[in-house]
Design a protein around this ligand. Structure first.
Ligand code: AMP
Length: 601
């Protein structure tokens, strides 16, 4: 077994203070005692929730040991527990999953029946998440010293929230965090000083929020030591925003006045203290850099002291690495943590590793973790009657792939998160995982995740419009086009038009694009409408016979003729190029699809 038994070397900067030393020691203690900590966490969760309806339903009878738990509690998906979640959403305050009161719902970017999944959470989970955050800087400091000598330009946003029929708030986990007292009244910490004022982060209008955050980042450009957003797509959106808005930003800086589109009075008040006087030198510098057509290395040109980009580029976000490298001249991209609405899992102990070498260490104190061996050729059969014996955190094997299953303090029991992870090595006795992919996700640009059945449904709905034109879709596939920011979904269609004179017009095909977008889940539509993080969907009609060529290509590379199925999503460059070279017309969604924060019933 490959064991990585100590914190990273070479250690460039030893802990500068006791808080950091304690954090590093905590990581060591947790990872050295991985199995014991897991045993205790499970006992604590089961003890806390012994009287809940859920555990009683499976006759756990107060047992808190692993064996009884594993033999009685089924492994579940969201759909299995959705009726109970609905009861909580409707106002049932009895202890269904958890003995502590449910404080709110966290809305996952994973969807069920087209809507975001609702994850019940409890107040104390916020502290657990905070604990994980508090470990990030002590680890980063081992590699990048002096991060207390400047600021972080982070593009952070809150999103719309709703209330369930029973009155509980439902919102994304980061919105919950930024709106919490833990965040708003956080004590001064020289290692976590942001250029963005809280007033900008907390503004729900995405233009005003982004504009103010960018303006402050420009004003403090010399002090910026790191640039970040949660995901890579968010940072690229900020760069795109700068491309579109640098003239106005430079104008504000040169005149010391605020863009009239910024009407939020909290931002206005705060900016009076930041945008104190005109700075024509800075404005001229920004104009000079931005009007240059070549934006290569723009990040380090504008923010010359940036040491790294704090963004996640693992999983679906890996598609943005080349563009981030282009804009930043290849700055390191430490993927600091691995988390979800269900549970925050862990952190990257070697943040300076290259993206394809990133492994996350799941912290055993965050929840109780089990693993379903992931062998597509030989899938594990999960029966509700006879719960399977899953692999424990400390027992996973290097090189093998697993699906993550979590049991949380908020009451999720043996819940399948949907992530596939591969064990790379161990840190002490805790395994480290490479994020492989999320199960069933075909297309993703930002927070959106579209699976095969959602795409199929969307194509079918659009296809219905073609019947009047005696036209059928012979074959289709899709592609997440991220060459432009924001990226967008491309659907390649090969059509059989029976009567070319009366075939579908461009207008009809545009309507097909919109129908597809209307059919997508609410996270997709929110990205399109509220966040502008996904561009209009495009249909590219390809020449007849194109999909046969795609098949020939696949077969020439070893695919079996008998088992060949057209891929529902392509990313391999030669195939995308082949498809693109056969495009006869292209059509975009003319208007954004319907979306409101309210859930569709
Ligand atoms: P959400 O529930 O919307 O917060 O999304 C959580 C999901 O985002 C996880 O289950 C992963 O699929 C994905 N995710 C979170 N952190 C990472 C990461 N560091 N690398 C890759 N994917 C991640």
């Amino acid at each position: 077994m490959a064991i990585d038994s100590s914190l990273p070397s070479p250690i460039l900067a030893p802990p500068p203070n006791e808080k950091f030393a304690t954090a590093l020691q905590f990581i060591e203690e947790m990872t050295k005692n991985c199995d014991k900590v897991q045993e205790n966490v499970l006992a604590e969760i089961l003890g806390q929730n012994a009287n809940t309806e859920y555990l009683q339903r499976f006759n756990l009878d107060g047992a808190s040991d692993r064996d009884t738990f594993k033999s009685k509690i089924p492994v579940v998906t969201y759909e299995d527990i959705q009726p109970d979640i609905q009861r909580i959403a409707n106002g049932d305050r009895s202890p269904i999953f958890c003995s502590h009161p449910i404080s709110e719902f966290l809305t996952s970017s994973g969807t069920s029946a087209g809507e975001r999944k609702l994850m019940p959470t409890i107040r104390e989970e916020m502290d657990r998440r905070q604990l994980l955050y508090s470990l990030l800087m002590p680890v980063m400091n081992l590699y990048v010293p002096d991060l207390d000598k400047g600021k972080g330009l982070y593009f952070l946003f809150i999103k719309a929230e709703t209330k369930t029929p029973g009155g509980l708030v439902a919102r994304p986990v980061l919105t919950s965090y930024y709106k919490s007292d833990q965040f708003k009244t956080r004590p001064y910490d020289p290692y976590n000083v942001y250029t963005s004022p809280d007033e900008a982060i907390l503004c729900t209008d995405s233009y005003q929020s982004m504009y103010t955050q960018m303006l402050c980042g420009l004003l403090m450009r010399e002090q910026v030591l790191r640039l970040g957003a949660v995901f890579a797509s968010g940072l690229l959106r900020a760069i795109r925003f700068l491309q579109l808005n640098w003239r106005q930003l430079a104008h504000d800086i040169s005149t010391g006045s605020l863009n009239p589109r910024i009407t939020d009075r909290f931002i206005q008040e705060r900016m009076k203290k930041i945008l104190l006087e005109p700075d024509t030198d800075l404005a001229e510098f920004i104009i000079k850099e931005c009007e240059n057509e070549n934006w290569e290395r723009i990040i380090v040109r504008i923010w010359p002291n940036t040491k790294y980009l704090d963004v996640i580029v693992t999983g679906a976000m890996a598609q943005y690495i080349p563009l981030l490298d282009f804009y930043s001249g290849g700055l390191p991209k430490p993927c600091t943590m691995y988390a979800s609405s269900e549970c925050y899992f862990g952190l990257n102990l070697k943040p300076m590793n290259k993206p394809d070498e990133v492994s996350y260490t799941i912290m055993p104190n965050m929840g109780y973790f089990e693993f379903i061996p992931h062998e597509p050729a030989n899938p594990v059969q999960l029966s509700r009657k006879l719960p399977p014996r899953l692999v424990d955190l400390a027992d996973v094997e290097v090189g093998k792939e697993y699906e993550l299953v979590v049991t949380t303090y908020s009451g999720l029991c043996r819940y399948r998160v949907g992530d596939i992870l591969r064990v790379t090595q161990f840190h002490n006795s805790a395994p480290q995982f490479k994020f492989i992919r999320r199960k069933n996700v075909l297309l993703s640009i930002d927070a959106d995740k579209t699976d095969e059945s959602e795409l199929q449904k969307a194509v079918e709905n659009a296809y219905a419009l073609l019947r009047d034109f005696d036209t059928t879709v012979v074959e289709y596939t899709s592609f997440a086009d991220t060459k432009t920011i924001p990226g967008h979904y491309v659907i390649y269609w090969e059509l059989l038009v029976k009567d070319p004179v009366h075939g579908p017009t461009g207008e009809v095909l545009e309507k097909c694009c919109l129908v597809m977008e209307e059919s997508m889940n609410s996270v997709y539509r929110q990205c399109r409408v509220a966040d502008n993080s996904v561009g209009p969907l495009e249909i590219r009609v390809v020449k007849n016979g194109t999909f046969e060529e795609v098949m020939d290509y696949a077969i020439s590379r070893g695919a079996s003729i008998n088992q060949y199925k057209a891929p529902r999503c392509v990313s391999f460059t030669p195939i995308v190029e082949l498809l693109d070279s056969r495009v006869v017309s292209s059509h975009f969604s003319p208007v954004p699809p319907y979306w409101t924060p309210e859930r569709r019933v």
